[in-house]
Write a protein that binds this ligand. Sequence first.
Ligand code: TXA
Ligand code: MG
Length: 347
Amino acid sequence: MKTLISSDVRLLANLIQEGKVVIFPTETVYGIGASTRSEEACLRVYEIKGRPKDNPLIAHFPSIEEIEKVCVLGDLGRKLLEKFSPGPLTLILKKKDKSLFPKELDTLAVRIPKNPLVREWIRLTGGPVSAPSANLSGRPSLTKLTDVVRYFEGKVDGILIAEEPSYGIESTVVSLVGEHPALLRPGSIESEELKIFLPDLVFPNPFETSPVLSLANVPLSPGTKYKHYAPTAQVILASTEEFIHSLEKGFDPKETAWIGFSLPKKVSTGNVLPETNEAVTKEGEGRFKEFDNFSLVSTNEEYASKLYAFFEVCDLKKIQTIICEAPKPGHGSEGIRNRLEKASRRK
Ligand code: TXA
Ligand code: MG
């Protein structure tokens, strides 16, 4: 199959209208999209990703008005979207338009991506565009065009070139359809910010589906029950102390990679690591440079934006173990911790 790789929003919107599959960037990660009005096209997305059929897709909209035409928004939903959209917030709402994919659910996950060009593209398709993250099911989501092309050229009809993802982890998912609003997937918009609007926000265990919260036997967020975000390498979530210790001894730097904030005062892992933080930052910026198996970050936001791309580099280099320092407590930690906990679960 020929893949049209282009920044021409009109051409790529035509593809969606023809029932084809197009990958596009959002501010979080790349999405692999099809018309929410075409079951056949949406099912092709599942096939291409190898995604389990019981895990529904997020519908991407250009505006709050378009969401309101097909879903019951309510005052709360509107307030949340006005505050956090366009941006990395997904709401689960009751459907008004029952013909939208997936037809068997009476709820729809909705979100408005941040990039104006992407919203323009969605508008031109007639919208909405249903899209899970663009990755093979179970693997980390993709945040770099080069990785998207490597995995999906020849398998999808189009790839929209626009601003690359900057947040780096998937959107925060909040359900407004249960008895209490529920945080189904942590992300860059954090529970503290949400609680200002949703004081009774509940937190279902992210590793289990909750029977109490299930709707007609459909787990509240089916995606939470699958292993996710994991590279081939074993991921280890380490405290700062463990992280520094692992740099000092005990791990073969040829088979190990590190991502985190800290460096030991004295590096003794041989000649793989540079001597100072400055050297790491300079050398570590490019991919496949000498110190690619060490990514030094300075904020949680930078950590999130680099994490998945780093996983990809590590797998390409056949790294066996990736040691990830826990995020800094406070803002930006919730989403990263959730992804690292999931990625580090034993296979
Ligand atoms: O940042 C993001 O959210 C990215 C970009 C492309 O928008 N998308 C993404 O999609 O991460 P995906 O499919 O990887 O994750 C969607 C999550 C899954 O956990 C799924 O179970 C949940 O949203 N979900 C979708 N529809 C739902 C529904 N009707 N009820 C409950 N959970 C739903
Ligand atoms: Mg995903």
